[in-house]
Design a protein around this ligand. Structure first.
Ligand SMILES: [Zn+2]
Length: 458
């Protein structure tokens, strides 16, 4: 008896699948069937050969030394700042921001804003795609330019519209903020772009602007990103001014709730952890940036124990200095075990925890957990493939999560990336961005900023 096979757009077979949901599961010799950008089935490879066929043979892919897992979600970054990678290192957050970063951004945004923002964003997106990130949550000026750039590259993005008034050069269109937000919120981006809002930090945003952000967040049922409790100095600054901690101020302003994406949160009391739990706040942990700027360490295990959603982000290339979420996972796990000397525990923030943080928790932080963050039927087909079985550096494999997080520890063995079922990275080659062009564009800014940095340091 012959069985009629169903035609699908593509079939990807692999040695392992790590779907993230169901939790802590590994599937062996399995296959993902994809149609119209969505995952339509996950089944063992043998059965898939009887059940499905593809229209074009090149769309049946065999990755038999690989693990497939959901595309990673970088829950906090500032893509244009790729141009500032390695520009201001070994400085405190205060010196880094006020002596180096703000003056340089001011110069770039005054002289060639759109060129800087689009080239920086494209460079970051190239780096993210080639290291396995399929969705990022961005926060930067000229968000319309970031939306356009992201759409050209095939990546998925939550793009923040920040309300930022430090100096007119940073956002000359700030007075049209509400109209701009309205326009982007009403545009259908076919699940590729999710517009969100941002208030940079309590020390740069006044109460009136926070009230506007709260109103618009509720009006458009979206998310609000805020850098919060990044350093003890940032907390002290607020306390000395108003005798109140930043999280307390935001709570009084009605901003501490499930719409909030609170970035960093390195200094939290037990009561503040309980507040985050009660109000269902989403937290983004950026361990490399926090270590590099000596900001502090987010109490991740305590937050996870309390049931708070903790996602993972790289922060910008200027404070990391790369966008490799595999490296971020390893470091998140390692510092999570030794968050405070007196509370060290090697069982804390284990390899499965950080895999969740880099995938489904990132999706939850954006309210996109029904669309992305795991390999499940009906979800958008954002998938990455890692060669785990053909190098001395990755073998032997006893526990897949441990191999990915600890043995690999970076994206060197990532080979392929699909977003919406489209193969945007094939055998390590990013297909949607012109490599030579982006290299020459980065070099142009490199030359320009070498000169500018000299003038800053005089
Ligand atoms: Zn940041």
């Amino acid at each position: 008896m012959s069985i009629t096979k169903t035609t699908v757009d593509s079939l990807i077979h692999s040695k392992y699948i790590l779907p993230i949901i169901p939790k802590r599961t590994v599937l062996k010799n399995s296959c993902i069937a994809i149609s119209k950008g969505k995952i339509v089935d996950i089944l063992d490879s043998k059965t898939s050969q009887q059940k499905y066929k593809v229209k074009h043979p090149q769309n049946e892919v065999f990755k038999m030394d690989h693990v497939l897992m959901p595309g990673l979600i970088n829950a906090h970054t500032h893509t244009p700042m790729n141009i500032l990678k390695g520009y201001a290192d070994d400085l405190s957050l205060g010196d880094w921001l006020y002596k180096m970063v703000f003056p340089t951004e001011r110069h770039l945004l005054k002289t060639e804003p759109e060129n800087y923002v689009s080239i920086g964003a494209r460079a970051s997106i190239y780096e993210m795609l080639s290291t396995g990130t399929t969705t990022f949550n961005d926060m930067y000026m000229y968000p319309e330019t970031i939306v356009e750039t992201a759409l050209e590259t095939g990546i998925r993005a939550a793009v923040s519209f920040p309300l930022f008034r430090i100096a007119p050069e940073f956002d000359p269109y700030v007075d049209q903020y509400e109209e701009r937000v309205h326009k982007v919120m009403k545009t259908n981006y076919n699940n590729k772009i999710f517009p969100v809002l941002a208030g940079h930090a309590p020390y740069t945003v006044n109460d009136d602007d926070f009230a506007t952000l709260k109103r618009l967040t509720e009006k458009y049922q979206t998310k609000l990103n805020v850098h919060l409790h990044e350093t003890p100095e940032a907390i002290k600054m607020q306390y000395e001014k108003d005798h109140i901690r930043p999280i307390e101020r935001l709570d009084k302003l009605g901003i501490i709730n499930s719409n909030l994406i609170a970035i960093h949160m390195t200094d939290l009391t037990q009561q503040e952890i309980e507040l985050c739990k009660r109000k269902k706040v989403n937290i983004v942990h950026c361990p490399v940036s926090n270590l590099k700027l000596a900001s502090g360490i987010c109490p991740v295990q305590k937050l996870l124990d309390a049931g708070v959603n903790v996602a993972l982000g790289t922060d910008s290339s200027c404070s990391n200095n790369n966008l490799d979420m595999f490296e971020e996972m390893k470091i998140a796990s390692l510092i999570g075990k030794i968050y405070r000397h007196e509370e060290r525990n090697s069982e804390n923030v284990n390899s499965w925890d950080v895999l969740d943080m880099a995938t489904i928790n990132g999706a939850r932080s954006l309210g996109l957990q029904k669309k992305i963050g795991s390999i499940e039927k009906g979800k958008l087909a954002d998938i990455i493939a890692i060669d785990i079985n053909s190098s001395v550096n990755s073998l032997p494999v006893y526990d897949l999560s441990s191999s990915i997080v600890y043995s690999l520890g970076n994206s060197k063995y990532l080979t392929d990336v699909w977003v919406d079922g489209q193969r945007v990275v094939e055998n390590k080659k990013v297909k949607t961005i012109d490599h030579n062009k982006i290299i020459s564009d980065i070099k142009y800014f490199n030359e320009k900023l070498l000169k500018f940095k000299k003038s800053l340091l005089k």
